[in-house]
Design a protein around this ligand. Structure first.
Ligand code: UDP
Length: 254
């Protein structure tokens, strides 16, 4: 098979040249990283699960009118996406305190926030993705005021949809991170949802047991990551028995 041109390799995904201009193939790796890649491991089956879960979420979001880069899933590990110019800002939405907001503001993990809070982080590994304000985003030209409005409006809609979707399957959506890109279509530029939405980029707690079903299992050395992601996919009803990833090698003990 002809070697495809690799456009970009990130921590958990690779982007390849697509079948036609303006299209890319997004490949989900099994690599897990945390703390700005200081912690790294390969967790067999993670990429397959994130590809399926992200496909499911992006498909539902586009059905409710949120523009995304997603076109279709191609196979177990790959999806066809539209090429966008990624806005170098990570948008985090929080419903319950956990992770860095708990550390930064001294709020006990699990505290329900007075309302959903949107935060911006500057995507820059060398700087450890620092938290920034809207002022920084516009002053340094990472996004303009209209783009910030668009990102915030979409982030709220994504949060409303995801919170309800997960609540319906006994999961609390604690927080999540999304990314946006600029898409040029018929001479106009618009902001669309990009990257992925998966248990790698969300905090998901079982509603009754509060057990973590997300990447914190890796960050905090809890084990059982593939089992937890599989359970998320199973509850979403997207796990085809025949395609269930079977992790080989040592099984993680909970
Ligand atoms: N997050 C992410 N990528 C990042 C940073 C954060 O997907 O580079 C997600 C993370 O999984 C969580 C939310 O954004 O769902 C908020 O993360 P937080 O700021 O608490 O930082 P973390 O504890 O992940 O370092």
């Amino acid at each position: 098979m002809k070697q495809r041109r690799r456009i970009y390799e990130g921590k958990a995904k690779i982007l390849y040249e697509g079948p036609e201009p303006g299209m890319l193939v997004q490949f989900f790796k099994d690599d897990a990283t945390a703390f700005n890649a200081k912690k790294h491991d390969v967790i067999e089956g993670k990429g397959v699960l994130n590809n399926r879960i992200s496909e499911y979420i992006f498909t539902n979001l586009s059905q409710m009118g949120i523009p995304t880069h997603f076109v279709k899933r191609l196979n177990m590990r790959e999806q066809l996406i539209r090429e966008v110019e990624i806005i170098p800002v990570e948008v985090v939405v929080r419903n319950i305190a956990a992770g860095t907001i708990s550390q930064r503001l001294g709020i006990e993990e699990g505290t329900v926030l007075p309302r959903s809070i949107i935060e911006f982080y500057y995507k820059n590994d060398a700087l450890n993705d620092p938290i920034v304000s809207e002022e920084h985003v516009t002053a340094f030209g990472w996004a303009n005021a209209q783009e910030i409005d668009d990102m915030m409006a979409m982030a709220i809609r994504v949060n409303d949809f995801l919170s309800g979707m997960f609540k319906g399957i006994g999961i609390e959506l604690v927080d999540f991170k999304i990314e946006f890109g600029r898409l040029i279509e018929n001479d106009t530029m618009r902001v669309v949802l990009a990257d992925e939405i998966s248990p790698d980029s969300c905090r998901l707690w079982d509603s009754s047991t509060k057990e973590k079903m997300d990447k914190d299992r890796f960050r905090r050395d809890l084990g059982g990551l593939v089992e937890a992601y599989t359970e998320v996919a199973r509850r979403l009803g997207i796990l085809n028995e025949n395609e269930a990833p079977r992790p080989s090698g040592p099984t993680l003990v909970k």
